[in-house]
Design a protein around this ligand. Structure first.
Ligand code: ZN
Length: 250
């Protein structure tokens, strides 16, 4: 098979955090020390963040883009291009987390500035009530409904994440339904292209499948195929056959 195998993922998307360069990691550690030893950590964090050197900012952005799914999509909505370095723990309330690599996600301006903003709810034990896709597996908290594109919350963390990040906003729900239709068409086409020896076409189809927005739709299809007692309730016969013949689609 000439194509790289696809990693199987989950709803919203579990994301593997990649390492920063040693130089950037050292710079962040120095900045954190300056914040935590300042008289006014919040003001110092804001000031240093605004002045963050272009080089290190660029590296952070680049690695976050590599980590995200599809074509550099936002780690919350998976729809728009991730343009902002998002602080999972807001720098206004957690200044000591302003320069912590593990606190960075990639988000679109809409998710970052219109939805999540500086909100960061905690449960009674002080744990975040928001999904961090680099730590939590979103599939434990959210279930995607194929026919409506709506997420159903499986627990409090799911409920809060849907609300805070606006994951069920109409444009995203409809986008997921359209993505489902697109993938339902493309997955059997991939199988057909390979069976007819059209390798170039198969490769192009695989690129679309891998880089399409709303990658959670594709992983939901994989999971239905792999885990459901009766996949035919939600997947067409053509999709099921393509998955059976080409596990690289999963
Ligand atoms: Zn977004």
């Amino acid at each position: 098979m000439p194509f790289t195998s696809l990693h199987s993922t989950s709803t919203m998307q579990k994301i593997n955090r990649l390492p920063l360069s040693a130089k950037a990691a050292r710079q962040l550690a120095e900045l954190t020390l300056r914040v935590t030893s300042a008289d006014n950590p919040k003001a110092e964090a804001q000031r240093l963040w605004i002045g963050l050197a272009r080089g290190i900012r660029g590296e952070i952005q680049k690695i976050l883009a590599q980590m995200s799914t599809g074509l550099e999509r936002c780690m919350y909505c998976e729809d728009s291009q991730g343009t902002d370095i998002e602080h999972f723990r807001p720098k206004s309330t957690h200044p000591d987390q302003t320069f912590i690599w593990a606190n960075y996600l990639l988000a679109c301006a809409r998710c970052n500035s219109n939805y999540k903003r500086t909100r960061f709810p905690l449960d009674i034990e002080g744990n975040p009530l928001l999904i961090d896709p680099t730590i939590d597996d979103p599939v434990d908290h959210l279930l995607l409904t194929p026919t409506t594109g709506i997420y159903i919350a499986l627990d409090d963390k799911g409920t809060t994440t849907i609300e805070i990040c606006g994951l069920n906003r109409d444009v995203c729900a409809r986008g997921r339904v359209h993505t489902w239709t697109t993938m339902e068409c493309l997955i059997p086409l991939y199988s057909t292209a390979l069976s007819k020896g059209r390798l170039k076409q198969a490769e192009k189809i695989m690129d679309v499948l891998r880089e399409h927005p709303f990658q959670s739709v594709r992983s939901r299809m994989s999971r239905i195929f792999q885990e459901s007692a009766d996949p035919a309730l939600l997947l067409s016969e053509d999709v099921i056959n393509a998955f059976k013949e080409h596990p690289d689609l999963l």
